[in-house]
Design a protein around this ligand. Structure first.
Ligand SMILES: [Zn+2]
Length: 403
């Protein structure tokens, strides 16, 4: 009898929790529960105080799950605390105490790469996201104050005297983040941390330019789906989009910087196609709720405006690649093209910069070096300025965004 009870207990505990991870951010806070099997779950919300109740079926309270209670960051904008307890036989209840009224999204992810089955809870603010982030609002306010006739030195070649120098916004996208570490370095550094460090330096350098402001699609360690990065850049009314990455290859001697643009037809090389697939897989690793529909995700046909945008992207890419050639060897002497999902803004020239190979021990060391990160950022800024000098953006009135 005792043996039978013990056996029943084991069968009940068949679903093991491999780990729990928390990714708080200003955009949303995520809880990931990684399991060794798919589970059923039920979820509901309660008010006064605001909380989310999540019942995990076939899961016992176990140390790996109970750990979550001690992992909530004090500065988490959405989650105050998490409580875990056995609710009834075979069902563990998680209660997520909220700091504000929230809109939860709960979904499961199938095993991918290193990850097993995942149950993901994303806690968004209840209010619809603001049309413009605070970051952008302040940039636009400054632009309106400083919009003045162009300085002699900064004037584009063809500027007439009536032309105003408007503030140029560059969206900088630090690749990967949160659940998606990106490529792993030869000595263990994560691409997601390198991309964020370089992106922040790039933003600081761009913000020092008199007529430019930068906008970061993420400024923390959390994941943003690829189409959301594009949407954020469009909401910011960005003139350019620059996605920062670090390359990896099985051969540790692969080295050099590369720049990519979107392709209208197939990829320009097998390597570019392979890389685009790997970068696009970020959504599978980082975790996207596929129930949330988005037009850009499904966009397969490129329209005429996209053709013009790609032509500009190639010019921007060429200018940036030339400058990167001053601080690093180039992996390829020309801008390559492939179907990168993150470069699909139909109206914003967009490039993806593989700064260097994080899988190369020598380049990994430089990628994690402050001074070298600044050099990379400086090269990208110089390339962007050269592009703007030759291709001054048109004056633009702010129009209502329809997305
Ligand atoms: Zn990457």
């Amino acid at each position: 009898m005792l043996a039978l009870l013990a056996w029943a207990g084991l069968a009940q505990a068949a679903v093991g929790v491999k780990g729990v991870r928390l990714w708080p951010s200003a955009d949303y806070s995520r809880i990931t529960v990684e399991l060794n099997a798919e589970i059923g779950f039920k979820q509901f919300q309660l008010k006064n105080p605001d909380r989310i109740v999540l019942d995990l079926e076939g899961v016992e309270p176990q140390p790996a799950l109970l750990e979550i209670t001690g992992k909530i960051a004090a500065q988490d904008p959405y989650i105050a605390a998490v409580r875990v307890a056995l609710n009834r036989p075979g069902v563990t209840r998680m209660v997520i105490d909220l700091k504000q009224e929230s809109r939860p999204q709960i979904f499961t992810l199938k095993p991918y790469g290193e990850y097993g089955h995942r149950l993901v809870l994303d806690v968004y603010p209840a209010a619809a996201p603001p049309t413009l982030d605070k970051q952008v609002e302040s940039a636009i306010a400054q632009a309106e104050q400083t919009n003045k006739p162009a300085d002699k030195g900064a004037a584009p070649a063809k500027a007439g005297k009536s032309e105003m120098m408007r503030l140029l916004t560059v969206a900088i996208d630090a690749g990967h983040g949160g659940e998606d570490p990106g490529a792993l370095g030869a000595n263990g550094s994560h691409e997601k941390n390198v991309t964020l460090a370089v992106a922040r330096r790039l933003k600081a350098q761009i913000d020092r330019q008199p007529n430019m402001r930068a906008y970061l699609t993420r400024d923390g360690d959390y994941f943003i789906p690829l189409h959301d990065r594009v949407n954020k850049a469009r909401r910011a009314q960005a003139d350019l989009f620059v996605s920062i990455h670090a390359d990896a290859f099985v051969r540790p001697d692969a080295r050099g910087s590369s720049v990519f643009a979107l392709s209208e037809k197939g990829a320009t090389s097998a390597a570019a196609r392979w890389l685009a697939k790997r970068e696009n897989d970020a959504d599978l690793i980082g975790g996207v709720n596929i129930d949330v529909k988005d037009v850009y995700l499904k966009q397969t046909l490129l329209d005429l405006s996209q053709t013009a945008t790609i032509s500009d992207s190639l010019k921007l890419g060429r200018a940036v690649l030339d400058e990167l050639g001053e601080v690093n060897t180039l992996h390829k002497p020309h801008v390559e093209q492939a179907g990168f999902a993150v470069l699909k803004a139909p109206d914003i020239p967009s490039i993806l910069v593989e700064t260097a190979f994080i899988s190369n021990p020598d380049e990994e060391r430089r990628l994690t070096d402050d001074a070298y990160q600044d050099k990379l950022a400086a090269a990208i800024v110089t390339g962007i300025k050269r592009y703007f000098d030759k291709n001054p953006p048109l004056a633009r009135s702010r129009v209502a965004q329809s997305f």
